[in-house]
Design a protein around this ligand. Structure first.
Ligand code: BGC
Length: 771
């Protein structure tokens, strides 16, 4: 007995002296202290396993012509980032140290749903994920509650498929309509971006999984994305390109942030101490971890020092470099410890740490219902002469346009989702009881198949896009005889790796598309039958020349896997569209403020000067008095709304606005109320107006009213004054404009922001006059 207790005591003592503190029972700092340099370095570097075959440089990726660095990286990387972790097809994972109970966290894309491989070797189960609407569509809903619900659903799939961090939301500003990844981003406006992103982050993170809000910052193009130097004024940087992130960090505390590939004023974002530490953490109070974008392989030492805690997806070269740097004193142990601690703090929040028993069986049926509803709220009705909703007499529809049969549910690249199915528009119409011409369908299907056979295989970097089919006038005439209405769908897709082109079939309508729209509308009109034009697009296209051809024109964006059902529900009148534009549609590309300096300036492909400064999107159009084709915030409904009883109250540093909205039409519908503020000129030139608040009503029945309440802070009205390096709210008269769009202002009121309030603002909101 005595022998046994001595043995137990010995083993306890030995255990105490040799075992290191587990992360389970100790705080991260203590664990880090007991780690070796190599363990720490491996913790801050991801553990991607490379796929052996290098991808071809995709056809169409010509933007890499001048970008040898990107081209090199691509050749040496993978076209589906695959890790040999528990979630196949996820983008990356983190290092495991069993002895310290540190598990691997799994990082997976992306903004429209989790992107993982749908099939696994020697496994008969499938791992499909729901393809939700693209980010731009979600922003067009202006409905933060709805976006939060979408986020809850996306986050649930992240959790149930065993991942820890979703690499989303994409939050870059739509600086130029040609940016290939705009579909993954929300808007040209930082307030809308920040509010929608906050809702998305809150929804996702409510599942106990994290996000990586990206790409921080000033990542507004794909051309030369690994090295482009964005030259931007401090004011535009703060007010336009950082503001959305600032809002989201303060409102939703994302678990992680992804730094961007590009340089900002000569310094790589991932190496910028000012961006990643002084602004992000010291000013805004970010508590989480920062990771690089994939293969953002700049100087790993500078990245570590800047506060870029983790390098993704990680290479052995980075590990070796960092170990040597610590040994030679180039990188301090303090910096490494700090970054490692942040990674471990993240581990402690993760489902992997909790050993969450993920099911691999999220409720895809329930999520499909949510994606269908969310999509309809983001459709933007641009034109309608009464043709929509479709008259009840309409039974047979002639659907033209390739995208009717091969609809784009989302974009490509890391924003792509492997969905279980997609409902085409033709199927959606049939599900809503319409007959569609089988003859027309067969012609289109044959054409699509034969064109695709001539094109490359779809991949991460490349989506075959079939040019529109010529339809003979006689066929159109025959269809007009035999059907009650025509539908034309124009489709566009883009994605990571290249920007869009200023060409027919992309930014412009092609000649074939124009002819199709013209001929179909004319022939159907002759017989008194309507033509509906559906725009299945990921970003802006030029619509100036076709604006009035059809009887109704609606943007359905890339609406997720239930596409056809969502669209048909709106056409039939089951749902009323209630989306509004999150960006401006210019009459001509040359009206876009960045058109002369995108994707580069002065013939130098490595540099882009943001000469338009803060005058991006509607800030430019309203201030310079240029009439757009469709303004920011614009969108029609099947019904009409009246605005009454505007009340504006200034209470200390808070401005409270209320307005009564009444549905004055014949259909139920929701209205998006927007508050723009004109500020007095102070030390810097102000735009004519800026969006500072918005709200969406509930579904209002005809005749029903709702009073919506909106709150702003006087500090929200501040401009960034460069020579003082300070946010300044000026005292003076502010015009509060309440409207249905950026130019359709219904009611307005002046308020006074007194010197006293400005003084209080400085005390209440310390971000004002920081330095
Ligand atoms: C993209 C990121 C993405 C990452 C992982 C990069 O190419 O820029 O947005 O999250 O890949 O797939």
């Amino acid at each position: 007995m005595k022998k046994l207790s001595t043995l137990i005591l010995c083993s306890i003592l030995i255990g105490c002296s040799t075992s290191r503190p587990s992360i389970k029972s100790n705080d991260s700092e203590k664990v880090v202290k007991a780690m070796t340099t190599e363990e720490k370095v491996r913790t801050v570097v991801g553990t991607a396993k490379y796929r052996p075959t290098p991808p071809e440089l995709a056809p169409g990726c010509t933007n890499f012509e001048n970008d040898t660095e990107s081209a090199e990286l691509l050749k040496n990387s993978v076209n589906t980032f695959m890790t040999e972790n528990k979630v196949e097809g996820a983008a990356g994972d983190s290092y495991v140290i069993d002895e310290l109970d540190i598990p691997a966290m799994v990082f997976a894309d992306g903004p429209a749903g989790i992107r993982i491989n749908p099939h696994r070797k020697n496994d008969s189960n499938s791992y499909y994920a729901t393809a939700f609407p693209i980010a731009t569509l979600l922003a067009s809903t202006w409905n933060t509650e709805l976006v939060e619900r979408v986020g809850e659903n996306i986050g649930n799939e992240v959790l149930e498929y065993g991942a820890d961090i979703l690499l989303a939301p994409g939050m870059n500003i739509h600086r130029n309509p040609l940016t290939g990844r705009n579909f993954e981003y929300y808007s040209e406006d930082p307030h809308l971006t920040g509010m929608i992103a906050s809702a998305m982050i809150n929804g996702i993170q409510s599942n106990g999984v994290g996000v990586s809000a990206k790409h921080f910052a000033v990542n507004n193009q794909e051309t030369f994305r690994n090295g482009v130097n964005a030259i931007v004024s401090e004011r535009a940087f703060r007010e336009i390109y950082l503001k959305g992130f600032e809002i989201a960090i303060k409102k939703a505390q994302p678990w992680t942030i992804m730094s961007s590939y590009n340089k900002i004023n000569g310094e790589y974002a991932s190496e910028s101490h000012k961006l990643l530490t002084e602004i992000l953490r010291d000013e805004w109070g970010f508590q989480g971890m920062v990771m690089t974008d994939w293969w953002g392989q700049k100087d790993p030492i500078a990245q570590m020092q800047a506060g870029n805690d983790m390098l993704m997806p990680g290479t052995e070269k980075q590990v070796v470099t960092l170990i040597e740097a610590v040994e030679s004193g180039k990188l301090s142990q303090e910096d490494l410890n700090r970054n490692t601690t942040r990674v471990l703090d993240l581990v402690k929040k993760s489902p992997a740490y909790r050993n969450y028993p993920y099911s691999n069986k999220p409720d895809l049926k329930a999520h499909a219902q949510v994606t269908r509803e969310a999509a309809t709220e983001g459709f933007v009705l641009l034109e309608n002469n009464g043709a929509l909703p479709l008259n009840k007499e309409i039974k047979t529809i002639a659907p033209f346009g390739i995208a009717t049969y091969d609809i784009f549910t989302g974009g490509s690249g890391s924003g792509y989702v492997h969905k279980p199915y997609k409902i085409t528009l033709k199927e959606g119409l049939q599900n809503n009881g319409y007959n569609v011409s089988e003859e027309l369908e067969q012609t289109y299907l044959d054409y699509i198949a034969s064109e695709k056979a001539k094109m490359g295989q779809e991949s991460f970097w490349y989506v075959p896009i079939v040019g529109e089919m010529d339809v003979e006038l006689t066929s159109i005439q025959k269809m007009a005889q035999n059907s009650d209405a025509a539908l034309i769908t124009i489709g566009r897709s883009s994605g990571e790796g290249s920007d869009r082109k200023l060409e027919g079939g992309d930014y412009y309508l092609s000649e074939t598309e124009m002819n199709l729209i013209k001929n179909v509308s004319t022939e159907f009109k002759k017989l008194g039958k309507p033509t509906i034009l559906i725009l299945n697009i990921g970003g802006v296209i030029e619509l100036t020349d076709c604006k009035d051809m059809a009887d109704a024109m609606m943007i359905v964006w890339q609406p997720g896997q239930e596409a056809g059902n969502s669209i048909a529900n709106v056409l039939s009148g089951k749902d009323t569209p209630s989306g509004k534009l999150p960006m401006t549609f210019a009459k001509r590309y040359s009206d876009v403020p960045s058109s002369t300096n995108f994707p580069w300036s002065d013939g130098d492909p490595s540099t882009v000067k943001y000469r338009e400064d803060i005058f991006v999107g509607y800030r430019h159009f309203t201030t310079k008095n240029i009439e757009p084709l469709y303004e920011f915030g614009y969108g029609k409904s099947y019904t009409t709304f009246e605005y009454n009883d505007l009340m504006v109250n200034v209470n200390e540093g808070t401005v409270e606005v209320s307005v009564k909205i009444t549905n004055t039409g014949n259909y139920s519908g929701k209205e998006i109320v927007q508050v723009y503020v004109s500020t007095p000129n102070g030390e810097v030139v102000k735009p004519v107006e800026e969006l500072k608040a918005f709200a969406k009503t509930k579904l209002l029945a005809p005749g029903e009213s709702e009073t919506v309440y909106l709150t702003m802070k006087a500090s929200d009205f501040a401009s960034f004054v460069e020579n003082r390096s300070a946010w300044v709210t000026d005292a003076g008269t502010y015009n509060i404009k309440v409207g249905a769009s950026s130019t359709d202002i219904k009611l307005n009121a002046d308020i006074e922001i007194s010197d006293e309030i400005v003084r209080k603002v400085k005390v209440m909101f310390p971000q004002v006059n920081l330095k």
